[in-house]
Design a protein around this ligand. Structure first.
Ligand SMILES: Cc1ncc(COP(=O)(O)O)c(C=O)c1O
Length: 379
């Protein structure tokens, strides 16, 4: 059997990783400014994380959600404290798409309604409802298309007001759009969504799968705007590479046995990974580091040649170039051994390093980036 060929691959095979660095099987050292797709929050193979997972694996790795798993309560308590959502409940699952699927389902259970509003350039995952509210025809199979999904232009308050009615079950929006090229919702837009949701009895879902867990310089990106969503979804940085995701749920939602469920969600190993990540984020003050190094990077990226716009908060940065970015990313990888991310906007590079990235690493990247851009623009 062979693997189903759905990913365009770089011909690089990393065999070792530490902090913000990777090594391939030939011993070449790479700088990871992409964080393995915004997943690496506390740095590759962080010693506290490795120890916590190893110790847990030696005790018990998995048992089903039919028994007591106190690690789930510890994780929920620590997440509530660090994020400022102590009164919310936590439902644990395994991936970003699954978290959004469950949030959308909960919103429909709660409101008794079906229609979901989402926004252009948004990305919420590839399961049936998550992909239905995601922009991108090539990802939607005929069975995913539904008249319950209403896609509106991003940051457009007039279109939003016009589309709202009593039929809306939920609005789903990313804290900051990632795949869409790091687009930030305005505070005014988020506040408008919140007030329309309140007025029409709809549920506000913040997809913080990519922008959450300290990446934006606050625990959640929406906390820059002072809104309070009904449901918040988390994944990527939550397990630093171990598959774990969750939905933070306002206490007004009523839990009923059997309404949600998963075999693997909240297993012992996943919880050990999730707890270790929260402990390190807190102990090492990584949310502050995200803000400090993020601001430093953005300030200097704006000075680089051929940069049209730099968008972002903390360590979630989109650099829009005057030229398509594929060639620039390839040169960074080939000539400087630096991984960066792409986006659905062909001119925008995404920078998503580990939250403990240092100023020294930022400087190495800035120097290489300026060199590559100067060369690309001369051609
Ligand atoms: C904002 C957002 N939501 C949801 C997802 C889907 O997450 P997963 O790939 O874990 O299903 C992603 C993944 O890139 C994402 O960026």
């Amino acid at each position: 059997m062979k693997n189903f060929d759905v990913y365009p691959l770089f011909n690089i095979e990393p065999v070792k990783a530490q902090g913000s660095y990777l090594w391939d099987k030939e011993g070449n050292k790479y700088l990871d400014l992409y964080g393995g797709h915004a997943v690496i929050s506390i740095g590759h193979t962080h010693p506290h994380y490795v120890k916590a997972l190893t110790e847990q694996l030696n005790k018990i790795g998995f048992y089903s959600n039919s028994i007591q798993i106190p690690l789930q309560a510890e994780l929920a308590e620590k997440l509530g404290k660090l994020s400022g959502y102590e009164d919310y409940f936590l439902f644990l699952c395994n991936s970003g798409a699954e978290a959004n699927e469950n949030a959308l389902k909960l919103a429909s259970f709660h409101s008794g309604k079906k229609k979901i509003i989402s926004f252009s350039k948004g990305f919420h995952g590839r399961t049936s409802l998550a992909v239905a509210v995601t922009e991108g025809a090539s990802m939607q199979a005929p069975v995913n298309k539904t008249e319950n999904a209403i896609m509106l232009p991003f940051n457009d308050e007039v279109a939003l007001e016009k589309a709202f009615s009593n039929e809306i079950a939920a609005v789903i929006i990313e804290g900051m759009q990632g795949v869409g090229g790091v687009q930030i919702p305005t505070t005014s837009f988020l506040k408008k969504i919140q007030s329309l949701c309140e007025k029409f009895g709809a549920v506000l879902i913040l997809d913080e799968v990519q922008s959450g867990y300290g990446r934006s310089g606050k625990f959640f990106a929406h906390q820059h705007s002072g809104i309070k969503p009904d449901l918040i979804t988390v994944a990527k940085g939550m397990g630093n590479g171990f598959p774990i995701a969750g939905v933070l749920i306002n206490p007004k939602f009523k839990a009923v046995h059997g309404m949600l469920g998963t075999t693997f969600g909240g297993n012992h190993l996943a919880c050990a990974a999730g707890i270790a990540v929260l402990d390190v984020i807190k102990e090492e003050n990584l949310i502050k580091n995200s803000e400090t190094i993020g601001n430093y990077l953005m300030e200097n990226l704006r000075k680089a040649p051929g940069v049209k716009e730099v968008r972002g908060l903390g360590l979630m940065i989109g650099v829009e170039l005057e030229i398509p970015c594929a060639e620039v990313r390839n040169a960074l990888l080939k000539d400087h051994k630096i991984f960066t991310g792409s986006s659905s906007d062909k001119n925008t590079i995404r920078i998503l390093p580990a939250l403990n990235v240092t100023k020294e690493v930022a400087d190495i990247f800035l120097k290489a980036f300026t060199q590559v851009l100067s060369k690309s623009l001369v051609k």
